[in-house]
Design a protein around this ligand. Sequence first.
Ligand code: ATR
Length: 292
Amino acid sequence: MTINESIKGKTKIACVIGNPIAHSVSPQIHNTISSYLGIDLAYIPFLVKKESLKEAIEGFKACSLVGFNVTIPYKNAILELLDNISEEARLIEAVNTVKNVNGKLYGYNTDCSGFKRDFAEETGTNFFDKNIVVLGAGGSSRAICVKIALEGAKGISILNRTAEKAELLAGYINKNISDIAKAFGINACEAKSRLSEADIIINTTSAGMHPHMDSMPVESGNIFSRGQIVYDLIYNPPKTKLLAEAEKAGCKIVNGLGMLIYQGIEAYEIWNDVSISKEDARIIKELFKNYL
Ligand code: ATR
């Protein structure tokens, strides 16, 4: 391992906090961006225990960090420690990116904006007036559902193994954004017709993720139709069983690697007031693949 000897007294510092944190790929994403763009910013991971969250945040202010990312389990708990929260992050009730401006902390959710940006680039379209099925009703689903509702989706069908969680999320979208969400058990009959009518299907569950590559969030067989867009937030493996079935049926398929990279790129842009082009993002994605 090479420790970057280019870190100097004037190097800016950003970090990610979570518990656990050892699995995080954010240091590799951000340090790849810094190296590629030639920006003097180093990014490090911190394991923070629940009882030390507040102290850690005070320390970041005291040490003038430019900003930090927040991962599980603090994306919600961080809200009350911030001075300002973006409208989207407030609706999602989760912040993954914080900018420190002279000791004032600004919170954002770049999971949802990164998802939107990658989706647009990979598919050439957006969510406006589309019928969308979202598989799963956990934290990732909430970020996706809020974003696509804000972007003008015509209808959102939330399909979840535990139907009650889908109902809670659909109710939240209907009450707080627009009355377009419905909830179903993931293998209910009605769920199948929702899947067949959808323009876009988004998997936010962990079913099919390494090492459970044989799993599918929905029952296998004749789920998809030609022309649908199927986006799986999973990036390991690059082609889940769900995506392989969708591809066979003639769907446009996209995995979650681009969303992962873009949530990092958007955080980097917020901290450094830079804008990273599509071409640069493509190169950063290729460089980052070396770490997978
Ligand atoms: P995340 O933050 O990644 O969304 P989460 O909040 O724990 O994680 O949510 C995980 C989601 O994946 C849930 O919707 C979960 O369904 P349940 O609510 O029924 O638990 C879903 N999920 C996980 N494993 C699954 C599987 N094998 N099949 C179907 N859904 C699954």
